[in-house]
Write a protein that binds this ligand. Structure first.
Ligand code: GUN
Length: 300
């Protein structure tokens, strides 16, 4: 393997240590304890594991943290009422609804119901708009984690060709919005390719990329011969492709064919242990920001 591994888990651990100290200080100096509620509707196994990890981390950092699990058949009205309860709860600074929600619930309506100042996912249209105009407080956790990893490994993306594969509201679109900002750590030339891009064109774009961010949702989609020698590959995919007979645990694959891409790239994220731990860490960072803003310690 030629590429250096981007060890997201190590970067995440370092940022969490810093956050832990910040939480201790917030408690001691300002009597503020960051509060987070993660709301899970139903029992989707991937979602259960994500919220469990979010809860574990928030407890480790000393947050006041609640896991609110609701049955898959909760009505939309009941879910909206629950969100309203947390909007009004002064101990809660961050509200996260784990997505996806069941089909009978309109996810847009649900996201719109969250107080934008408690929207630590940055999915509320107010926060999406604030990112587009470059005046934001929260950044969506996964693309923010990718940005951090790019800057800490490959370096400043200013003037570089960034190609984003995928246009989801959670990763692809905000990744584009973050990378085009005229700000330190961004300022790149950005292309987004997606399911509407003819495959031959998609591959051509990937081959131009200095930095390739892949959130396609297809296991091992991007192949080594689609990438430029020396590029930086950020793999956002988490695909459960089977169960290991040895461990009984899910076998995870990214959206990038790791071996062939690692042979050509200069930097690459592993799956697991790359982007995943950063996503949770950015959620913690947003919650600390929300708590500080609620206490008037920063402006929002
Ligand atoms: N489902 C998959 N990724 C995410 C995320 O970043 N936030 C929430 N709330 N749900 C998700």
């Amino acid at each position: 393997m030629a590429a250096k591994l981007i060890k997201g888990a190590e970067v995440a651990a370092q940022i969490r240590e810093e956050l832990k100290k910040e939480v201790e200080e917030l408690k001691a100096k300002h009597n503020v304890t960051p509060g987070l509620v993660t709301i899970l509707v139903g029992e989707n196994p991937a979602s259960v594991s994500y919220v469990t990890a979010k809860q574990k981390t928030s407890h480790e950092l000393g947050f006041y943290s609640i896991q609110d699990s609701q049955p898959a058949d909760i009505t939309e009205a009941a879910l909206l009422a629950l969100i309203d309860k947390y909007n009004k709860d002064p101990k809660i600074h961050g509200i996260l609804i784990q997505l996806p929600v069941p089909k009978h619930i309109d996810s847009n309506k649900v996201l719109l119901a969250i107080d934008p100042n408690k929207d630590v996912d940055a999915f509320h249209p107010v926060n999406v708009g604030r990112i587009l105009i470059g005046n934001y407080v929260f950044l969506p956790c996964t693309p923010a984690g990718c940005q951090e990893l790019i800057n800490r490994s490959y370096g400043d993306p200013k003037g570089k060709e960034v190609v984003v594969v995928g246009r989801s509201n959670i990763v692809g679109k905000p990744m584009v919005a973050i990378m085009i900002q005229k700000l330190q750590g961004a300022n790149a030339t950005v292309t987004c390719v997606h399911t509407g891009t003819p495959k031959d064109k998609l591959i051509e774009h990937c081959r131009r990329a200095d930095i390739l961010v892949v959130a396609a949702g297809v296991p091992e989609y991007v192949q080594g011969d689609w990438i430029k020698e020396g590029c930086c590959v950020i793999d956002v995919g988490v695909n459960r492709v089977g169960i290991s007979e040895k461990t009984g645990k899910a076998i995870l694959k990214g959206d990038v064919h790791f071996e062939s891409c690692a042979a050509k790239a200069s930097y690459i994220t592993p799956v697991p242990g790359g982007v995943g731990p950063m996503t949770i860490t950015m959620l913690m960072k947003n919650t600390v920001m929300a708590a500080k803003a609620a206490a008037g310690l920063i402006k929002i």
